[in-house]
Write a protein that binds this ligand. Structure first.
Ligand SMILES: *[C@@H]1O[C@H](CO)[C@@H](O)[C@H](O)[C@H]1NC(C)=O
Ligand SMILES: *[C@@H]1O[C@H](CO)[C@@H](O)[C@H](O)[C@H]1NC(C)=O
Ligand SMILES: *[C@@H]1O[C@H](CO)[C@@H](O)[C@H](O)[C@H]1NC(C)=O
Ligand SMILES: *[C@@H]1O[C@H](CO)[C@@H](O)[C@H](O)[C@H]1NC(C)=O
Ligand SMILES: *[C@@H]1O[C@H](CO)[C@@H](O)[C@H](O)[C@H]1NC(C)=O
Ligand SMILES: *[C@@H]1O[C@H](CO)[C@@H](O)[C@H](O)[C@H]1NC(C)=O
Length: 417
């Protein structure tokens, strides 16, 4: 497969040579390490452990956990006293994509699970404390709709700490800006699903059939966020398309070079390299705190957790309790590429915190909107008769799982100097 790759640009050929070699090594590693195994799992079990946890009650502290504690290794504990952290209908700026209650979900167990790391407790989210910490600063979530999901969760979490007259949300092109005026805090979401430039960059009309990516170009986007004080990136789902076209040169120019490729890991790696080089050159290391969210798993294949009959997250109301569960909605190869990019940046003196949410989210097959969300187009008769076909098993209901991602982020931000 790699041999079919050919480029007409001398400038790129030597880097590509190295990349080809890297890809071969990485794919070998990927296949040899057996990560394409789908785990066959049992649901249930562990109920006793859960009850015990409920008895222990609320375990959230104001103190920040020590730096050495692995916050990502833990379990979900049912706790309707401390969760959820806000009510869906109290979030002033909520969008229909995540408002599951508003769109007919009528069992709310999914809102009552709290994340309990094995070796310490997560601190309680305190919106006022976060606003004080971020006073005068600009935070930008950069990425796809899952990052928007997280941004929305953050806005909901902060909402109750801020008086009505002193907050606003404005939408302008790819940028959505939440402002907490009293604290002069600006918290943005910037739509940039592939991080680099692509034909999916329109924040509304991005459902294109053929994805075309300028894999070496990021500035058009990056100039909107390079000056931020805190940057939170993500990018995963949009890379899963089997075929994508890479473009050297600009959109619409006559001498652009197009190449359609199906090498998922490699094109992701190329884009992350462009991203890394930009950060390395442009980010003010004393000013900006950088975060990268690990991939958010989806639950489209019920067989992963032992469901028969072609089901998915539709009608799921319980998390998966099997310890270390891994479904097919993650991708170890892609994660390794992201982790390698972050390690490489560390070698260049740039620290990016990797917020490892994949495992904890993978347990939460119950947390997706399923059919309870705003639909962007009218559903067909066939769809209506078979809800599994249009259930959203990718995004997350709010309140819900992304609140925990933000609790983790909160812990890191509060710890930072
Ligand atoms: C992410 O967290 C999971 C669960 O604790 C762990 O198994 C995995 O090794 C972590 N990955 C990294 C890169 O730290
Ligand atoms: C939240 O933080 C603020 C500011 O640091 C503090 O005054 C307040 O007591 C905290 N609230 C809770 C419930 O801990
Ligand atoms: C991807 O491209 C290959 C080779 O050009 C083609 O055979 C295949 O049908 C394409 N797959 C999809 C899903 O378009
Ligand atoms: C980097 O940020 C720090 C802190 O905000 C500031 O004092 C410094 O002037 C900045 N450096 C450059 C090169 O902009
Ligand atoms: C949904 O779940 C309920 C309770 O588990 C079950 O009774 C019902 O048959 C399920 N419906 C579908 C369509 O799977
Ligand atoms: C969806 O259905 C409604 C009511 O049936 C109709 O008014 C509207 O035009 C439809 N929208 C589209 C995009 O077809």
């Amino acid at each position: 497969m790699a041999a079919t790759w050919k480029t007409t640009r001398n400038l790129h050929s030597s880097t590509l040579g190295i990349l080809v070699t890297t890809l071969v090594v990485i794919s070998l590693f990927y296949y040899l390490s057996g990560d394409n195994n789908r785990s066959s799992s049992n649901i249930g079990g562990g109920g006793g452990v859960l009850d015990e946890q409920i008895m222990k009650g609320r375990r959230e502290h104001e103190q920040l956990p020590a730096g050495g504690c692995n916050l990502f290794s833990g379990r979900w504990v049912y706790d309707d006293k401390s969760s959820p952290l806000y009510k869906e209908q109290d979030c002033s700026f909520m969008v229909g994509d995540f408002a599951c209650g508003k769109f007919g979900r009528n069992e709310f167990k999914y809102q009552h699970w709290r994340w309990q790391p094995h070796d310490c407790d997560l601190p309680r989210f305190n919106g006022t404390a976060l606003m004080e910490k971020l006073r005068g600063k600009r935070v930008v979530f950069v990425g796809d709709s899952l990052n928007k999901n997280q941004w929305m969760s953050m806005v909901c979490l902060l909402d109750s700490s801020l008086p009505t007259s002193l907050k606003s949300v404005t939408w302008k092109g790819s940028l959505i800006t939440f402002q907490a005026l009293e604290y002069k805090v600006r918290m943005d979401f910037y739509w940039e699903p592939l991080l680099v430039e692509s034909n999916c960059d329109d924040p509304v009309n991005h459902h294109v059939l053929d994805r075309v990516i300028r894999v070496g170009a990021i500035e058009k986007h990056a100039k909107h966020w390079t000056d931020a004080d805190v940057l939170i990136f993500n990018s995963f789902m949009w890379w899963l398309e089997p075929n994508m076209t890479l473009l050297w040169g600009s959109f619409g120019s006559s001498n652009g070079v197009y190449k359609t490729v199906n090498m998922r890991l490699r094109r992701y790696e190329m884009a992350l390299r462009t991203w890394s080089d930009w950060l390395d050159l442009q980010i003010n290391r004393t000013k900006t705190n950088l975060f990268f969210m690990s991939l958010s798993p989806y639950h489209k294949i019920g067989e992963d957790w032992g469901k028969s009959g072609g089901g998915n997250c539709y009608n799921e109301t319980e998390p998966i309790l099997e310890k270390g569960y891994k479904g097919s909605g993650t991708d170890a190869g892609m994660m390794r590429i992201a982790e390698a990019a972050i390690n490489d940046l560390k070698g260049r003196g740039l620290r990016v915190e990797y917020i490892n949410i994949t495992q904890l989210s993978d347990y939460r097959k119950d947390g997706h909107p399923s059919i309870h969300r705003r639909q962007w187009s009218n559903l067909t008769r066939t769809q209506l008769l078979d809800p599994v076909t249009y259930a959203d098993c990718v995004h997350w209901c709010l309140p819900g799982v992304p609140d925990v991602w933000n609790q983790l982020l909160y812990t890191y931000i509060m710890r930072a100097n």
